[in-house]
Design a protein around this ligand. Sequence first.
Ligand SMILES: Cc1cc2nc3c(=O)[nH]c(=O)nc-3n(C[C@H](O)[C@H](O)[C@H](O)COP(=O)(O)OP(=O)(O)OC[C@H]3O[C@@H](n4cnc5c(N)ncnc54)[C@H](O)[C@@H]3O)c2cc1C
Length: 479
Amino acid sequence: MRHLPVSRRALLGGGVALGTAALLAGCGTETAPAGARLLRPGDPGYDAAVSSFNLNQIPRPGTVVQARTADDVRTAVGDAAARRAPVGVLATGHQPSSPIGEDAVLITTRAMRGVTINAGRRVARVEAGALWGHTLTAALQQQLVPLHGSTGTVGVVGYTLGGGLSPLLGRVHGYAADHVLAIDVVGADGELRTVTASSDPELFFGLRGGKSNFGIVTAMEFGLFPVPPLYGGAIMFDGADGARVLHTYREWVRTVPETMSSSVALLRLPDLPQVPEPLRGKLVANVRIAFTGPASEAAALIAPLRAAATPLRDQVAQMPWSGYAAIHSDPTSPTPAYERTALLRDLSEDAVDALLAAAGPDAPAPVTAVEIRHLGGALARPPQAESAVSHRDAAFTLFIAGVGGPEQAGSLKEAAAGIVRAMQPWSTGGMYVNFMNTDDTSPESVRQAYRPEVYGRLLALKKRVDPDNMFRLNHNIVD
Ligand SMILES: Cc1cc2nc3c(=O)[nH]c(=O)nc-3n(C[C@H](O)[C@H](O)[C@H](O)COP(=O)(O)OP(=O)(O)OC[C@H]3O[C@@H](n4cnc5c(N)ncnc54)[C@H](O)[C@@H]3O)c2cc1C
């Protein structure tokens, strides 16, 4: 086994370039043009390398490998295996899970952002660190769209390995993971393989839904779709009208076609100058719409929602696809947040009442956002190549985010847990793995992300491809 040749002197000089040639020669060099950079705590660049979108759990690994190529990832995993060190992966830090501490090797993929679009095949190939923002831009240049999420700052690979729930096209085409064609992954044995439905069906099954439990993905190929028309945006209602809006929404959502994607969120907007009046400092009920059917049908379909109460702001209109991020207006810069989630089988009258009691205008809950996202359509249908993405029978996701730092952790976590408890009677008992966070890392919670038979298969796969559980710094599949 090779060890990364890291001298303290070289590290203090700003990091070591780990080209394969340099490794084999047994000496790192700061001037090598290519190769991963290796950093330790205290090194210049270490803090930037481990910086994360969620500021509440910053990794503090003993070793950071800033990978530039698949070969860098292979070398880093091989070295960690020799030292029996756990291996984590960081693209953006949108989804912290198990703490990443001194004993760990953290592979960062931010220098691996290549995106190639094959317009003829309608296929994208992205490197491990590609973000949805620039992947979408590249696809749109060819009049194609991927099954991206609500914001461009999320990593394509992490999102897709957890399922990938597009709030624009999921109900039409299913999960992003359903359209993956090939995955390049470095396994616990340090080997780089291209995994497809025919090369290793069980590993292909597990990777799509199992996140980083089976290796570090270096690149991925997936299908793209012609760009449909988009009629979308957000309608903001005063929180005081929350009951009328949510009850209208739960009835309306049963009637809509698969081309209508939507969510409703109770948002506590901060009392800050950057929030325009009349929204500043308010609790609002925010309905998000993405309709990808004929524009001529859009206004009539949305009319019942618009009539639920007098909107504070209504920005739903025909829009270019590139403007999609305005539908959800997710934060675009790093934020401290605590998150919880559940899957709901139904949004009945009682369920809405329970949600309003726990998170509505009269509830003391200090959480920032409580979102109900409509599932169904193609998300409920089995994919062509089966995958570990489970709970396709769920009708809605529940997602709760409390923005605040460690000093507010107690109250935010307690409030979020209270909302999850209040919605328990309508829960499927499952969870959507991409929405799970630091408080859902226990073995019991991780089991909830998968159907029991899927979890059994994932456990067997884990024993086959990662028997020492090297890839455990995640929502970990364990016995
Ligand atoms: C504001 C916001 C909006 C979101 N919107 C959506 C949405 O619309 N739909 C949806 O489905 N999800 C959404 N998510 C959840 C998102 O999909 C997950 O947080 C996802 O894990 C982010 O991946 P990342 O690589 O950006 O994050 P990171 O925190 O860097 O990675 C998270 C995990 O992904 C896995 N991973 C990342 N890269 C690799 C790799 N190269 N190899 C193996 N495993 C890897 C690892 O398990 C890693 O721990 C959203 C999250 C946020 C915070």
